[in-house]
Design a protein. Structure first.
Length: 427
C-alpha cells in the first residue's frame, strides 16, 4: 500500500522506515526541509537504534521525503498524522500542530480523486479525532467523512531508544475507526506484524494510549514514593520491589525508584489526561499526585547535595547524564533540567557529560560547561550527580579519582565504583 507519514520526528521517521521495511511505499512529509534532505540521503534525523540502517536501505527506493503535501497525499492511499502534541501552558494538550497538518491534508483531499484514509497516530486526548480532526478535514476538503474519505486512530506505543525494535515487534496494535472500511485498510497495513490488531472506536483508541502511559507513570511515581519512605527507614527499596514484582499480578518493570520520569510522553500525556478530566468536570487526584511526586524527585537530589557539601555557591558540580533516559539524545522533560536549573540558582558551576544528548542540552543551558568524556567533567569537581542510566556509567571507577571531593549522588542506581562517598537518591 502507499502511505504518507506526516511529521518525521521520533514516531514519524520510525513509522515510515518500518512500513518501508515491510514492503509498503512510503512518502515522509515534514515542514523541516533539513530533515527531509537527511532522510532522502539515507541519514537518520535523530539518534535511534537501527533507524539509520533502515533509511539507508529504503531511501530513494520505497521511501522518499518531501515538504510538498500535494504530491505526497495525491500519490498515497493512507496518511498518518505523526506531528507533535505538546502541552499548552496549563498542561492541557496543544493541538495547533495537529490542526495545521490536518488543514494541509484537507486542502489536498479537496483536489484528490478517490478514497483516502487519514489516520491519527499522534497522541491526542479522547474525542480529538472525532470532534477536532474529522470536522477540520470535512471543512477544508469539502468532502464527507465515511463516504469520500476514512478516518482512523492508531496510537503508537514505541519506546525511544528501542523504537525500531518496538515498532517491528509490537505488544499490541490498536486501530480505532469511524467505520469498518477505514479500520480494515489500516489493519491491513500491519498484516506483516505478528500481533493481533485490537479494533475499536476512535475515542477508545485514544484513551488506550493515555491509560497505558498514565499507568506506567503511576508505577514510577509509586516506586519513587516507596523509595523515599524506604530510605528513611533504612530499607533497600530495590530489594523490596524485586520481591513485590514477583507477584504475577504485578509486573517487575517500572518499579525502579530514582530521579523520576521525563521524555516527550509521560509528563505531557499524564498532564493532558488531567486537563481532559477537568474539562469534563472530574478531579483526577491520583494523576495529579503522579505528577507531584515526579516533580519532587529531582529536588531531592540537590537537597542531598546541600546536606553533603553545604552551600553550593562557587562549587563545581559534575552532572553525568542529560538525556531523559539512556540510549537516546532526547532531553525533553529530562530530570537533569530541573536539577541543573536549581544548581545554577544556588550558584554552583556545572560541568556536564552525556554520551549523546549534550548538543540538545546546549540549547537550554548554553553557558554551562560540556565535556566529551565523563572523566573530563569530573575533573576538580566538588560533587557529582548522576541523572541518566547510561550503561557506560556502570564502568566508571578510576574516573572519580579526578574529583576534588569524591561525593557522588546517584539518581539512577547505576554507579558501581568503590572508594567514593556514595549516596543513592532513594537508597
Ligand atoms: P517530534 O516533535 O519528534 O516530531 C514531530 C515532527 O513533526 C517534527 O519533525 C516537525 O518538524 C514536524 N511537523 C511540525 N509541524 C508539521 C506540519 N504542519 N506538517 C508536517 N510536519 C510537521 O514528535 P514525536 O516525538 O515524533 O511525537 C509525535 C507524536 O507521537 C506526539 O503526539 C507524541 O506524543 C506521540 N508519541 C511519541 C512517542 C515518542 O517516544 N516520542 C511515542 C509514542 C507516541
Amino acid at each position: 500500500m502507499k502511505i504518507s507519514v506526516i511529521g518525521s520526528g521520533y514516531v514519524g521517521s520510525v513509522t515510515a522506515a518500518c512500513f518501508a521495511e515491510v514492503g509498503h511505499k512510503v512518502v515522509c512529509i515534514d515542514i523541516d526541509k533539513k530533515k527531509m534532505d537527511l532522510i532522502n540521503a539515507g541519514i537518520s534525523p535523530i539518534y535511534e537504534e537501527g533507524l539509520g540502517e533502515l533509511l539507508q536501505k529504503h531511501a530513494g527506493r520505497n521511501l522518499i521525503a518531501t515538504t510538498d503535501y500535494e504530491s505526497a497525499i495525491k500519490e498515497t492511499d493512507i496518511s498518518f498524522i505523526c506531528v507533535g502534541t505538546p502541552s499548552a501552558e496549563d498542561g492541557s494538550i496543544d493541538l495547533s500542530i495537529v490542526r495545521a497538518a490536518t488543514e494541509s491534508i484537507g486542502a489536498v483531499l479537496a483536489k484528490k480523486e478517490g478514497y483516502h484514509v487519514v489516520v491519527v497516530k499522534s497522541t491526542v486526548v479522547p474525542e480529538t479525532t472525532e470532534k477536532f480532526v474529522l470536522p477540520i478535514l470535512e471543512k477544508t476538503s469539502g468532502k464527507a467523512a465515511g463516504k469520500d474519505f476514512g478516518v482512523a486512530m492508531n496510537p503508537e506505543f514505541l519506546r525511544e531508544g528501542k523504537a525500531v525494535y518496538d515498532f517491528m515487534n509490537p505488544d499490541k496494535i490498536v486501530v480505532g475507526s469511524i467505520d469498518q472500511k477505514s479500520g480494515d485498510l489500516v489493519s491491513e497495513l500491519y498484516r506483516a506484524f505478528k500481533c493481533e490488531v485490537t479494533r475499536t472506536n476512535l475515542s477508545t483508541a485514544e484513551m488506550i494510549k493515555y491509560v497505558n502511559n498514565s499507568l506506567l507513570a503511576t508505577k514510577i511515581s509509586f516506586a519513587n514514593e516507596i523509595g523515599n519512605i524506604c530510605k528513611k527507614l533504612n530499607i533497600d527499596t530495590y530489594e523490596v520491589m524485586e520481591a513485590v514484582g514477583k507477584d504475577s499480578r504485578i509486573c517487575p518493570r517500572f518499579l525502579n525508584s530514582g530521579a523520576g520520569f521525563g521524555g516527550s510522553c509521560f509528563p505531557k500525556d499524564v498532564r493532558a489526561l488531567i486537563g481532559k478530566a477537568k474539562e469534563i468536570g472530574y478531579s483526577p487526584v491520583l494523576l495529579e499526585s503522579v505528577i507531584g511526586v515526579n516533580e519532587k524527585q529531582p529536588t531531592l537530589m540537590t537537597e542531598i547535595l546541600q546536606r553533603k557539601i553545604g552551600n553550593l555557591e562557587g562549587k563545581k558540580v559534575a552532572v553525568l547524564g542529560l538525556a531523559f533516559k539512556n540510549e537516546t539524545d532526547d532531553i525533553r522533560e529530562s530530570r537533569a533540567i530541573p536539577v541543573i536549573t536549581e544548581l545554577l540558582r544556588l550558584g554552583a558551576k556545572v560541568s556536564a557529560y552525556d554520551p549523546m544528548a549534550a548538543e540538545n542540552m546546549k540549547r537550554i543551558f548554553p553557558t554551562i560547561e560540556y565535556f566529551g568524556k565523563a572523566r573530563e567533567a569530573l575533573e576538580g569537581a566538588d560533587a557529582c550527580l548522576v541523572m541518566t542510566e547510561w550503561n557506560e556509567f556502570k564502568q566508571l571507577d578510576s574516573e572519580f579519582e579526578a574529583m576534588k571531593e569524591k561525593v557522588v549522588i546517584d539518581g539512577r542506581r547505576i554507579i558501581k565504583a568503590k572508594n567514593i562517598e556514595y549516596e543513592g537518591l532513594c537508597w
